[in-house]
Design a protein around this ligand. Structure first.
Ligand code: SAM
Ligand code: SF4
Length: 344
């Protein structure tokens, strides 16, 4: 525990309280998904600008033990490229949240290399994983991710389920004229294995000038495609701060039924209930994926700031969180950094 300080929640001017911290562990990646990165990659962060493992753990500890964070998700870039991941997870899982429990510790990953690390990560204290899978067709996957790695991802999903990193959530970005044909097969794959599928509307966070609203496959289009095969009904339970709207799929002769989600960030934004705060791999705090400003926590930390001083900086910045991301509003401008550099 951090001394005897009392946790003060991360609130903003619109009355939202952040409980969910997203930590980017690297801006690098071993895939080049077309909606996220250019084929040639990006100028990566110099090593001395990236937080060390100890610095990451310190910021997470401040968030959990001083600022009331209860859920920590590691992401990137590709977080499995971080050698110290197991140690960072173990340190996080051993922290104590404000009510005395331990933080829920999660990972969002493309799955490459997860098969042989899943058990160690679970043993370190990881609770769950989200694994990205945009196509079950090997050739289409290779075109989308610009790498022929579908078998590794499927192996990762099986391994995660086998060691109990469950429920495994599968994230799928759907794009027009690219992988719409995967909408039903992805559902079939997840429903039959008990995984939780989340379709994601493509957001303007990829390579510059490559997003066009008219090319967006919307939540409604995804639901229409699913309705041709399944009987769907909206889940009635309150959604809270969850980004995905959920639908119940009725069982039938071919599949056992289950729940499917859509993260409709563009056509049905959920900013009003957002409970997230973010740290980039270089120690910049962001209130939103779409923020155009960041608050430097690495500089003060390296200059000797105390935990309480860093917590105060974080609180001040979170208070400024905007009401919404503003996609579709006049004058909307995407952030300077792309998704892989922010941490999705
Ligand atoms: N590399 C890991 C992965 O792919 O899961 C973690 C980082 S990735 C940026 C996190 C999630 O963001 C993935 O599910 C990915 O599909 C999604 N994503 C990336 N770019 C996106 C975009 N422009 N719009 C919507 N989702 C996007
Ligand atoms: Fe890498 Fe994830 Fe971006 Fe794909 S979505 S390029 S796996 S960071």
């Amino acid at each position: 525990m951090l001394g005897t300080a009392v946790a003060t929640p991360l609130v903003d001017a619109f009355g939202r309280t952040a409980r969910d911290l997203r930590v980017s562990l690297t801006d690098r990646c071993n895939l080049r998904c077309t909606y996220c990165m250019p084929a040639e990659g990006l100028p990566w962060l110099p090593t001395d600008e990236a937080l060390t493992d100890a610095e990451v753990v310190r910021l997470v500890r401040i968030a959990v033990e001083l600022l009331g964070i209860t859920k920590v998700r590691f992401t990137g870039g590709e977080p499995l490229l971080r050698k110290g991941l197991e140690g960072i997870v173990a340190a996080t899982a051993a922290m104590t949240i404000v009510d005395g429990g331990r933080p829920e510790t999660m990972l969002t990953t493309n799955g490459l290399g997860l098969a042989h690390r899943a058990r160690a990560l679970r043993d370190a204290g990881l609770d769950r994983v989200n694994i990205s899978l945009d196509s079950l067709d090997r050739e289409r996957y290779a075109r989308l991710a610009r790498r022929d790695r579908l078998p590794d991802v499927l192996e990762a999903i099986d391994a995660a389920a086998a060691v109990g990193l469950t429920p495994v959530k599968v994230n799928s970005v759907i794009m027009r004229d690219t992988n719409e044909a995967d909408i039903v097969p992805l559902a079939e794959y997840c429903l039959s294995r008990g995984h939780q599928l989340r379709y994601i509307e493509q957001m303007p966070l990829g390579p510059k000038h490559e997003w066009d609203r008219t090319q967006l496959v919307t939540q409604q289009e995804i639901l229409d495609a699913l309705a041709e095969r399944y009987v769907l009904s909206p889940v009635a339970e309150p959604r809270g701060a969850a980004p995905a709207g959920l639908w119940e799929v009725a069982p039938d002769a071919e599949q056992p039924g289950g729940r499917i989600g859509v993260i409709a960030s563009v056509t049905a934004p959920f900013c009003g209930a957002c409970d997230r705060t973010r740290i980039t791999a270089d120690g910049q705090m962001r209130t939103c994926l779409f923020s155009r400003t960041e608050t430097d926590l690495r500089g003060p930390m390296r200059a000797g700031a105390s935990d309480e001083e860093i917590a105060a900086l974080w609180q001040g910045a979170q208070y400024q969180k905007k009401a919404g991301h503003g996609i579709g509003e006049p004058g909307f401008q995407p952030p300077q950094r792309t998704m892989s550099a922010i941490g999705g």
